[in-house]
Ligand binder design. Structure first.
Ligand code: C2O
Ligand code: CU
Length: 443
């Protein structure tokens, strides 16, 4: 099945009314009549940004920065004005993992028009989910996100302020620089040091904005995973420091530890890889050279903490059951011959849409029959993971971006409680650009 060569922004969403049902406009914008508690302005602009090593990125940014942070309080009415200064292909903001009303979702040609140079668009929504999120442009995302059009959305809970003495956000991205490809945590493409007093409670918010999953090590202390994709784990148990973390593209882990009286080391990649960025947390003087032990296991979110219980974990049957077979084949897309990434044997926009009604409980089974991993991201909803490779998971858990490895299958479910037209796509944005996108539509 060859691609039809359509551009996604030519798809004008019929999301106001479809079929027999009608969706109220308020359901698509949310109730945004209240005045904003916090206002931000984000200017999409080109900028040359030096990393710590001196390597320079020709970046496309919001506000000329790498990953500007929007930090708000749980419950705030948030207003963000996006202005495009000089990104010719136009930009938007998609709030990754944030279950905003459909009109605020930032998908050009579907929920809004693309914002061209000289134009602006104002997003407004209530910060109803606490936790670690990020945002990025959804226009030609395989180019724009790679070049830097992203930032972080941190929604603080009261508990955060009371429980943690130190909070660090680690944004792992891979950049094309004047010295070739480099991974960096923010601007730090080498090792950085941070002094923390023993006994202090530390929270690391790890965000993987790269298109592939990444491994991380945290050694020198036991630690806990407090949240996955912004969703709180109930009763997280301490993990040994030989547990490696693997974070899919677009995913977030909130990791916590109590600073011991010796250094704590955090790095990207396995213990042998020394060229990746890392952080040394030290109490008095930083060690000369960070030395890692071999990792012995990989963290498994399907067996951690207490199981999530909600409407879909309790469901005996589902109102809708869908399957997404993830595949690959060679073919034409937009006039060129290359790998196509397919869902149910088709490439976007020919992948058949999933239709749901508001209130439906919806089960989706992902089956990866292709050669590579696919971080499957559903807009506007969190998915509860129920089964892996046909077996019930020990601890159902919540995610917005589920990394599905070759040969794996997952059963996930959610309640259709956010009306509109949503994307469900691979967050390896190259795969999305060559077919791996599906629409979920309320009728
Ligand atoms: Cu983070 Cu549709 O993307
Ligand atoms: Cu993919």
């Amino acid at each position: 099945s060859a691609g039809s060569g359509h551009h996604r922004h030519e798809q004008h969403g019929a999301h106001h009314q479809t079929g027999t049902g009608t969706v109220e406009v308020a359901a698509l914008t949310g109730d945004i009549s209240a005045p904003a508690d916090v206002k931000f302005e984000l200017v999409a602009q080109q900028e040359k940004i030096p990393l710590a090593s001196g390597a320079v990125i020709d970046a496309w940014t919001y506000n000329g920065e790498i990953a500007p942070e929007l930090r708000v309080k749980h419950g705030d009415m948030v207003e963000v004005k996006l202005i495009n200064k000089d990104i010719d292909s136009g930009v938007t903001i998609h709030w990754h993992g944030y279950n905003v009303p459909n009109a605020m979702d930032g998908v050009p040609g579907m929920t809004q028009n693309v914002v061209k140079p000289g134009q602006s668009f104002t997003y407004k929504f209530r910060a109803e989910q606490e936790g670690t999120y990020w945002f990025h442009s959804h226009q030609q995302a395989s180019e724009q996100v790679v070049k830097g059009l992203f930032g972080t959305l941190i929604v603080e809970s009261k508990q955060d302020a009371e429980t943690f003495d130190e909070q660090f956000t680690v944004i792992n991205h891979r950049w094309m620089t004047s010295q070739g490809y480099k991974h960096a945590f923010g601007k730090e493409d080498g090792w950085q040091t941070k002094q923390v007093k023993p006994g202090k409670k530390v929270k690391l918010r790890i965000i993987n904005t790269h298109k592939l999953s990444q491994k991380y090590l945290l050694q020198g202390t036991d630690f806990r995973i407090m949240s996955i994709d912004g969703m709180r784990i109930q009763d997280p148990q301490p993990l040994s420091d030989q547990t490696a973390l693997r974070l899919g593209s677009g995913g977030r882990y909130d990791v916590t530890f109590t600073m011991p009286d010796r250094p704590v080391l955090f790095k990207l990649g396995d213990y042998k890889n020394t060229s990746n960025p890392g952080i040394i947390f030290y109490t008095e003087t930083p060690p000369e050279e960070p030395i890692f032990k071999a990792e012995s296991a990989e963290f498994d979110p399907s067996d951690y903490g207490n199981p999530v219980t909600n409407d879909v974990t309790a469901a005996k049957k589902f109102d809708r059951e869908f399957q997404m077979i993830l595949g690959n084949e060679m073919g034409f897309y937009n006039g060129t011959f290359h790998f196509l990434w397919t869902i149910n044997g088709e490439v976007y926009p020919r992948v058949p849409t999933f239709f749901v009604k508001e209130g439906d409980s919806v089960k989706t089974t992902f089956v990866n029959k292709s050669l590579t991993e696919h971080p499957m991201h559903l807009h506007g909803h969190h998915m509860t993971v129920l089964k892996k490779n046909g077996e019930k998971v020990k601890t159902p858990w919540l995610t917005d971006t589920l990394n599905v490895l070759p040969g794996e299958s997952y059963e996930v479910a959610f309640v259709a409680d956010n009306p509109g037209m949503w994307m469900d796509h691979c967050h390896n944005l190259d795969h999305a650009a060559t077919g791996m996108i599906l629409h979920l539509m309320y009728d």
